[in-house]
Design a protein around this ligand. Sequence first.
Ligand code: PGA
Length: 256
Amino acid sequence: MKKRRPFIAGNWKMNGSKDSTASLVGALSLRFIQFKGDESRPFDMLVCPPFPYIAEAHEISGDSGLLIGAQDCSITPNGPHTGDVSPSMLKDVGAKWVILGHSERRTNHGETNAMVKDKAALAIDGGLSVIICVGETEAQKDSEQTFAVIKSQVSESLPANSTSKNTIIAYEPVWAIGTGRTPISSDIQAVHSFIRELLADLYDETKANEYRILYGGSVKPSNASTILSIEDVDGALVGGASLKVDDFWDIATGSI
Ligand code: PGA
């Protein structure tokens, strides 16, 4: 039995269509509804479709308990920001969570820790919960900078209004995302317990023990139960394998 309820999140990235979103959310909701209203639900489950499909995903998920989220949000609440989507708009169409600081956003859109922090503050202020992603690149790993990188990402990306209820941290080594490679279990545990120590320094040990820390990067049914059984791993952020109902469900049940 895990200390913290496992949280299984699907990051669909820029994939799918209206139809595929409807069928994926429909199928997952049907399976998840068995835990409906159950405070002892064995895991939480979140899916984050592309922006245009969030409203429909929310409608289809109904009252199944399946959570719907977004993959990013604007750093400003409203106004002349062509192409941006604000946290309040996401909330308006049924999103409960937003992924922030994913390495693809950091790399492709130049997002910095300071930007992630401001986005997270705004999102939490607007009633959303956030998954803040951190992780080292392969070059940083090879030059033994992993812990330094994680330290600055965690301490500089967490906003003042973060709590263990509205914030989850996802450790995603950049070199493991979409590559089929994963760190060995002891390396995952070392980073996760390091993140928990950083949280204890920022807050206190009790609060640090309440935060959920997810692992992400090439999680699939064949490695999920091993990864999810690591002491300080409280769930998974899943990309590719979250686009297949059976694979995603197998990963989630691997957390039980
Ligand atoms: P992956 O992606 O599971 O396809 O490696 C994980 C992520 O980018 O969140």
